[in-house]
Design a protein around this ligand. Structure first.
Ligand code: NAI
Ligand code: MG
Length: 504
């Protein structure tokens, strides 16, 4: 990832060419059909890099959520329902979806870049292919979901076994930073387990979810198995959380909304899984390969403009390696190309919105007022779109707000530490626990530290890699539940125990 960010060296201005993708006006996708919202209302989705309106999007509400839930319930229960489909057929449908994502990869990449402002390089090399791979990975699961037989110790003779059953209708609420990938992480395992879905994409980035809905028709997914309601969180998102017909909510987004969802879901005792924010420590010990660590540190914080829950936003550097690490970091950060997200050489795109840019820039001011200094960047680029220079704050201490609060933009805080014990203690001093990275050549120290870091993922001598086969999720305020891999099968199934008396 780090290589990627500094591969190109030419300068590109923030000059925006017109896009090729021509998204259709948005409708809701309910019961296998594209329909207007009951209210007939729409809202706009804009290209953050230009501020231009890309498309009108249907504005759902509680009534539309109800229709989508009914469609999903019907697909789950009635006729030849999805959950009872031969697992081989479910498997083929998931594989078909991955093929369709690949076949339409160019269009999907462009839509993703238009809607989010992220570089086309990233959407075409990461977001879209990884989404296709996620469906491929889960295409292998329907035929492998199994329970167990358990030796019973209660006395007498009995056969006790478990069955893994789908939960039912899953409400999935996703954010704007990796729209299609977040859809894939949630939709692919839920479908593999035989659930049906009501998905709400983020209001800022509904386009790839709607295009994916068209692909489900092409793949032959039965109507109602997958539904999309486009709208804002406090209305449609909340209506999903409140709806008694939804059995589970899977959410990725802010801590604040995660808490609200947990409170709301308590009323109907919905299953909940939450993937929330982070303030992940990237801990560099003096005995590390400092050049590689600095290269990767850039990818860890500046990929996707830093709009990443796993962003390695607190860079802890041991004093003895500090100067060498910082000189590589400065040199490489200066070469990073910000500009037109549709240009293949761009490595830093636009932030999602004016509001978010203001929020991120405000953190730079907060850092300065707390006594940090700006080592690199710290400024907006141009006045069109929401571009910002890759920014590194130096002289940060872990108690500062810039080290404790999630900034969710291209801003890293560098914190010096004197010896390993202090580094690990400070790294753990955070409300979050999503991920962490450790850099050292000492293999024993690496594993010792990995055990002590309180985080759902610990990278050793690498950063920010994920894989569809590998569980992902947080400790502490970063949420609970593990997505991806086998772990997601647990998230999307109930365990039923069957007890058969064999006495007599
Ligand atoms: P958000 O948490 O408000 O939005 C995420 C999703 O939740 C969207 O689909 C939104 O419509 C929905 N939502 C909002 N309020 C809701 C409610 N009351 N009930 C149900 N659904 C609701 O996040 P936002 O405002 O887009 O970003 C704010 C901050 O959250 C970011 O600056 C960042 O720090 C963090 N964030 C973290 C993400 C992650 O990957 N963990 C992703 C996006 C944001
Ligand atoms: Mg948009």
């Amino acid at each position: 990832m780090a290589e990627i960010l500094t591969a190109a060296t030419e300068n590109i201005s923030v000059e925006l060419k017109p896009a090729k993708a021509n998204p259709k006006p948005g409708k809701l996708f309910i019961g296998g059909e594209f329909v207007d919202a009951l209210s007939g209302k729409t809202f706009e989705t804009r290209n953050p890099a230009t501020g231009e309106v890309i498309a009108e999007i249907a504005e759902a509400g509680a009534g539309d959520v109800d229709l989508a839930v009914r469609a999903a319930q019907k697909a789950f229960e009635e006729g030849s329902p999805w959950r009872k489909m031969n697992p081989r057929d479910r498997s083929r449908l998931l594989w078909k979806l991955s093929e369709l994502i690949r076949a339409n990869a160019e269009e999907l990449s462009e839509l993703e870049t238009l809607d989010t402002g992220k570089p086309i390089f990233e959407s075409s090399k990461f977001d879209i292919p990884l989404s296709a791979e996620c469906f491929e990975y889960y295409a292998g699961w329907p035929t492998k979901i199994a329970g167990e037989t358990i030796a019973n110790t209660a006395g007498g003779d009995a056969l006790v076994y478990t069955i893994r059953e789908p939960i039912g209708v899953c409400g999935q609420i996703i954010p704007w930073n990796f729209p299609l990938q977040m859809l894939a992480w949630k939709v692919a395992p839920a479908l593999a387990c035989g659930n049906t879905i009501v998905l709400k994409p983020a209001e800022q980035t509904p386009l790839t979810a709607l295009r994916f809905a068209e692909l489900t028709l092409e793949a032959g997914l039965p109507p109602g198995v997958f539904n999309v309601v486009t709208d804002f969180g406090p209305t449609t998102g909340k209506a999903m959380v409140d709806h008694p017909g939804i059995d589970k909510i899977a959410f990725t987004g802010s801590v604040e909304v995660g808490k609200e969802i947990m409170r709301g879901a308590a009323n109907t005792l919905k299953r909940v899984s939450l993937e929330l924010g982070g303030k992940s420590p990237n801990i560099i010990f003096a005995d590390a390969d400092l050049e590689t660590a600095a290269k990767f540190a850039l990818g860890g914080i500046f990929f996707n403009q830093g709009e990443m829950c796993t962003a390695g936003s607190r860079i802890f550097v041991e004093e003895a390696g500090y100067d060498e690490f910082m000189s590589v970091l400065r040199g490489r950060a200066a070469k990073m190309i910000a500009g037109d997200p549709l240009h293949p050489k761009t490595r830093l795109g636009s932030l999602i919105s004016q509001e978010h840019l203001d929020r991120v820039m405000n953190y730079v001011s907060i850092g300065k007022s707390e006594g940090a200094s700006v080592a690199i960047g710290g400024e907006r680029i141009g006045s069109k779109g929401f571009f910002m220079k890759p920014t590194v704050l130096e002289g940060v201490t872990n108690s500062m707000r810039v080290a404790q609060e999630e900034i969710f933009g291209p801003v890293a805080s560098v914190i010096k530490f004197k010896e390993p014990e202090e580094g690990i203690r400070e790294a753990n001093n955070s409300q979050f626990g999503l991920a962490a990275a450790i850099w050292t050549r000492d293999i024993k120290k690496a594993h010792q530290m990995a055990r002590r870091v309180k985080a759902g993922t610990v990278w050793i001598n690498t950063i920010s890699t994920t894989d569809n086969a590998v569980p992902f999720g947080g400790y502490k305020s970063s949420g609970f539940g593990r997505e991806l891999g086998r772990a997601a099968i647990d998230l999307y199934t109930e365990t039923k125990t069957v007890w058969v008396d064999l006495n007599g």
